[in-house]
Structure formats: structure tokens, C-alpha cells
Design a protein around this ligand. Structure first.
Ligand code: ATP
Length: 553
């Protein structure tokens, strides 16, 4: 029997996403995906759930169908092309809290061919100046809290022509986006972009040297997540997908490009700060079917009494961005009945490894290579290593560079070249692959500890510590030692129940515990109890900060 219309259309995108069908020469996500869903919705091919659902936790709510999203984003496109004076190919910084305007402006950028540069709202004046200068952005859109920081540096950013404010009040020198949007026309002709045209630029977090600009194309993002959205995120047109990520992080784009091609609803909570109870209450109150959070948040959630909540619609959970400790996955699954599916990727890529729904999970593994990527473990010369051996996680880019891959590090051919070795792109992460094709993350290259010629991955030690009831979370790094050169040191945040225990006795107990659950040489010879761990805005543990502190550099 012929497939119903939406399934047939999505199947075509999925085939492209999997590398089984050629990427079309022209592609624009707004025109070729969102406007198509608008028509499918109108023809009754979609349940009546919204395409976008935003709440702020204090009663305000916004729901848009694909039709309404189309209308609002065409208005927004007219603001960018009109008052804002943006031409196709111009760049715009997009730094907003989790406000509906972030999604509107993202789509408006697609409609006008504007290259968006998302950033997090924690950017300082210095960060903003660096980003505006390096990217030569013509425009920036932000909210009240960041506007003064932009004003302080905008004179030093000669390319910056317009500043757009998302606010109910006005500010001298700024265009008011909400006012302009109200008056804008709903008629707009979508720009006909080529698949290879730039769509977005992301600044890496710059843990090593100045942040680099990662450029993605209309198709790398626009079509690169359809298959993983279907298989790993397991989305269909009746799903409601909540990812708690900050808008400035690639995960917000991953969510957009996974959910909307599959006809799913993107759910957003403004979440001014991460609060476990707010997250759990939101999951109870709204018919969210699919949840994605970084492991840090799941670590917080499993500390709560989850049996007090009823998640009526929740059926699929995901995590990624850093390693998931098996203990956290088990606790979540045990208390909610819902499995936690881990994925792995980078700003430079789409999903590199994942645990698609239904695949057997090996606890502690980040899953198998996600097609169309050919993922291998290679040595420093780019030679493929056999199963079981530790090496660099690498994605094959020769003879064929996957379409769903970054174009380059902008204005930085040396860095682009340095990220390649033989036929591969080198991620900078260390792992091994087992004979069944599952990948086991060890750590970032720089985070791996060399102690008395043993190589120790921090994640394994942290996961061992996580199994002990005293440990809320931990970061394991190398620390100098006069005899061994370097040793394992664990920075540990205790659970409330253990916070007043005798630190020396607890240190010994935790050391014995690690010796019992992993190879004894991996145990932390040094232990420090701390009240919190340094983290990036996206919630990742910054081991490099602790390491520099240990080594005094
Ligand atoms: N499931 C996972 N398990 C372990 N690590 C992960 C996982 N998912 C992502 N990561 C880590 O996150 C990295 C990608 O993160 P991202 O591209 O956001 O930039 P970043 O590494 O935080 O920034 P920068 O490259 O500037 O340091 C991966 O290379 C890996 O180290």
C-alpha cells in the first residue's frame, strides 16, 4: 500500500540524512521542511498538537502551529531584511534567553539567507567584542540584560550596523524587535539557498586557545539530524520534545533540526535557572513525551524522590554532551521506568555515536556509529586500530566528506588542516570500540591521565565514584607527584547525607570503593571535597580548570 503523505516525505529526508540519496543542490529548511509541514498540517496529516510550545513557569504560554510559526517567522524575516537591512550571506549574532523569539529569528535567518551566530547570554563584554570582530557580524539581537554589554563595545566593532532588542521597553540606539514584528507584513519570499551555503556559525568554547568559528551549511544541519531524530530521539509527529539546553549551545539547533523535520513539537521552558523541582513539575504537568538533558541535570534529578512525581506522557529520554555515569542511568530507569539513551557529538558534527531506541544498551558505552558516519578508532598517524585498543575517535572524511559535517573553521585553514589526519577528521576525544561496534569514551585527549605509564580515563573513575552513595558528582584529573610524575586526583561534591562525615575516613572509604569496582591502579591517590565543580554554561565539567590549578599553570 502507498505510504501516507507525511511518512513518504520524511522518508525521503531520512534517506538523504543517511547518505543513501543525494543532497539536492538547493535546500532551505524553512521552505523545504517547515512550509511543507504547514501544508501537511492544513491537510489534516498531523495531530492537533503545536509545533512550538513555550512556557515560562509563571503562567505565560505560547503555542504555535506550523502555520503560525510560518506566519510569525515571515514577519520576522521582513524585520531582518527591512529595518535591519540584512542581505543574504550577512551574519547576525543571536544571543537570547529561552524566549520564543530565539526560534522565530532562527527561522527568519533561514528565510532571508542570514547566517546566524548563536551565543550564550553569559558572554562578557570581552567575549562579545571578540565574537563580533572575528565574525564581522552586521547585526546582533539580544535582550535587556546583555544590551549594556553590547553598547560598551559596539564602537570597537566596525561591521556592526544594527542592534535589535527583544524587550517590552525601548533603548536608545536599538531597534525594538517586538514593535517591528507587530507591524511587519506576513508576506515574504523565502531566499533560495544552495545546500552548501552557510547557515550558522558556532564559536567553540575555546578550552585550548581562542574560540574557533565552526561553519555549518544549510544541509549539514537542515538535513543532518533527520535520521538521528527518528532513530535516536525516536520522534514522530505526535511527540512533544523538551531539551533543557541553553539556546546558545549547539544542542538547541540539534533539537530544532531533529524535531521539526519529523513533525514533532518543540517544548521550551524559559528556565531562568536550572532547578530539579521545576524540571520534574514541568514533566508532570505537560504532556512531554521526550526529554533531553545533559548528564549534569540527570545527576541532579536522580537525587530527588522521583516516585513522588507522575510523568504521564514521558516515554523516551536522552542525554549527551558529556559522559553519562552508568549509576545515574540505572537510578533514572529504576525510578521512572524510562530508559536513558546516550548520544555523542560535537559542534563540528551531527550525531557521531548514539544508542538508537531499541538497540541493546551496554552500560557506560556511548553507543554505535551513527550513519552516515564511518567512525573509527585511529592512532596518531590516522591508521585504524583493531577493536579493544584505545585511540583517537575519528570520522572518515576521505574519499567522501559526509555532507552533514562542518564546512571548515572559518578564516582558519591551519586549524582545519590540523583537525585532519590521513582519511579522518580527529575529534580530540579518546575511546575504544569493542568487537560489537560499541564505543567506550575515555576522556578528551588532554584529560587522560598518565600515571606510572598507565593511561587512565577520568570518566571511568568518576563513574566508579558515582556508585557510592556519598558522591553527588566528581571530577577526576591528573595531579603532580614527585615519584609517579602524575597521579589521579578526585574532586568530589558530597551528597547532603554525607557532608558532615569525617573527611579522612571518607577518603579511605572512597579509595577502597574505587579499587573494588575498577582496576586498583585507577584509584584516586588524592581526594579533595569541594562544594561545587567548575562547569561550562552548558553544564560540562571543566577538568582543564582543575588540572591547571593542580599544575600551577
Ligand atoms: N556522550 C558523550 N560522552 C562523553 N563526552 C561527550 C559526549 N558527548 C559530547 N561529549 C564531549 O563534548 C565534546 C563536544 O562538545 P562541544 O562541541 O559542545 O564543544 P566543547 O568541546 O565543549 O568546546 P571546545 O571544543 O571549544 O572545547 C566532545 O568532543 C566530547 O568531548
Amino acid at each position: 500500500a502507498p505510504l501516507p503523505v507525511p511518512q513518504k516525505i520524511v522518508a525521503t529526508w531520512e534517506a538523504i540524512s543517511l547518505g543513501r540519496q543525494l543532497v539536492p543542490e538547493y535546500f532551505n529548511f524553512a521552505h523545504d521542511v517547515l512550509d511543507v509541514w504547514s501544508r501537511l498540517e492544513e491537510a489534516g496529516h498531523r495531530p492537533p498538537n503545536p509545533a512550538f510550545w513555550w512556557v515560562n513557569g509563571t503562567g505565560a504560554e505560547i503555542k504555535w502551529s506550523f502555520e503560525e510559526l510560518g506566519k510569525q517567522s515571515r514577519k520576522a524575516a521582513n524585520v531582518l531584511g527591512g529595518a535591519c537591512g540584512l542581505q543574504p550571506g550577512d551574519r547576525m549574532m543571536l544571543v537570547l534567553p529561552r524566549l520564543p523569539e530565539w526560534w522565530l529569528v532562527s527561522v527568519a535567518c533561514m528565510r532571508t539567507g542570514t547566517v546566524m551566530i548563536p551565543g550564550v547570554t553569559q558572554l562578557t563584554e570581552k567575549d562579545l567584542k571578540y565574537r563580533l570582530q572575528a565574525s564581522r557580524a552586521k547585526s546582533i539581537i539580544t535582550s535587556d540584560s546583555l544590551a549594556p554589554r553590547v553598547d560598551a563595545i559596539s564602537a570597537e566593532c566596525p561591521s556592526l550596523q544594527t542592534k535589535l532588542l527583544v524587550s517590552d521597553s525601548s533603548r536608545p540606539g536599538w531597534l525594538n524587535f517586538r514593535e517591528l514584528l507587530r507591524e511587519a507584513s506576513t508576506e515574504h519570499n523565502c531566499m533560495r539557498t544552495k545546500s552548501r551555503d552557510p547557515l550558522a556559525i558556532y564559536f567553540t568554547s575555546g578550552t585550548t586557545g581562542a574560540p574557533k568559528m565552526v561553519e555549518h551549511s544549510q544541509s549539514s544541519y537542515g538535513l543532518g539530524f533527520v535520521a538521528s531524530g527518528r532513530r535516536w530521539v525516536a520522534l514522530t509527529e505526535s511527540d512533544i520534545f523538551w531539551n533543557t539546553t541553553d539556546t546558545g549551545w549547539v544542542k538547541a539547533a540539534w533539537t530544532l533540526f531533529s524535531a521539526w523535520p519529523n513533525g514533532s513539537c518543540i517544548f521550551v521552558h524559559e528556565l531562568p535557572r536550572v532547578d530539579a523541582k521545576v524540571i520534574l513539575n514541568t514533566l508532570s504537568k505537560f504532556p512531554i513525551t521526550t526529554l533531553c538533558c545533559v548528564p549534569t541535570i540527570f545527576r541532579l534529578l536522580v537525587q530527588e524522590d522521583l516516585t513522588r512525581y507522575q510523568f504521564q506522557s514521558l516515554r523516551h529520554c536522552l542525554t549527551g554532551g558529556e559522559a553519562l555515569n552508568p549509576d545515574v542511568r540505572e537510578k533514572w530507569k529504576h525510578q521512572t521506568g524510562v530508559e536513558l539513551y546516550e548520544g555523542y557529538g560535537q559542534s563540528e558534527t551531527v550525531v557521531i555515536c548514539a544508542n538508537p531506541k531499541g538497540m541493546k544498551i551496554k552500560s557506560g558505552s556511548m553507543g554505535k556509529a551513527s550513519p552516515p558516519y564511518d567512525v573509527q578508532i585511529v592512532d596518531d598517524e590516522g591508521n585504524v586500530l583493531p577493536p579493544g585498543e584505545e585511540g583517537n575517535v575519528a570520522v572518515r572524511i576521505r574519499p567522501t566528506r559526509p555532507f552533514c559535517f562542518f564546512n571548515c573553521y572559518l578564516d582558519n585553514p591551519e586549524k582545519t588542516a590540523a583537525s585532519e589526519q590521513g582519511d579522518f577528521y580527529i575529534t580530540g576525544d579518546r575511546a575504544r570500540m569493542d568487537k560489537d561496534g560499541y564505543f567506550w569514551f575515555m576522556g578528551r585527549n588532554d584529560d587522560v591521565i598518565n600515571s606510572s605509564s598507565y593511561r587512565i580515563g577520568p570518566v571511568e573513575v568518576e563513574s566508579a565514584l558515582a556508585e557510592h552513595p556519598a558522591v553527588l558528582e566528581s571530577a577526576v584529573v591528573s595531579s603532580p607527584d614527585p615519584i609517579r610524575g602524575e597521579v589521579v586526583k578526585a574532586f568530589i561534591v558530597l551528597t547532603p547525607a554525607y557532608s558532615s562525615h569525617d573527611p579522612e575516613a571518607l577518603t579511605r572509604e572512597l579509595q577502597e570503593h574505587v579499587k573494588r569496582v575498577t582496576a586498583p591502579y585507577k584509584y584516586p591517590r588524592k581526594v579533595a571535597f569541594v562544594s561545587e565543580l567548575p562547569k561550562t554554561v552548558s553544564g560540562k565539567i571543566q577538568r582543564s580548570k582543575l588540572r591547571s590549578q593542580e599544575w600551577g599553570k
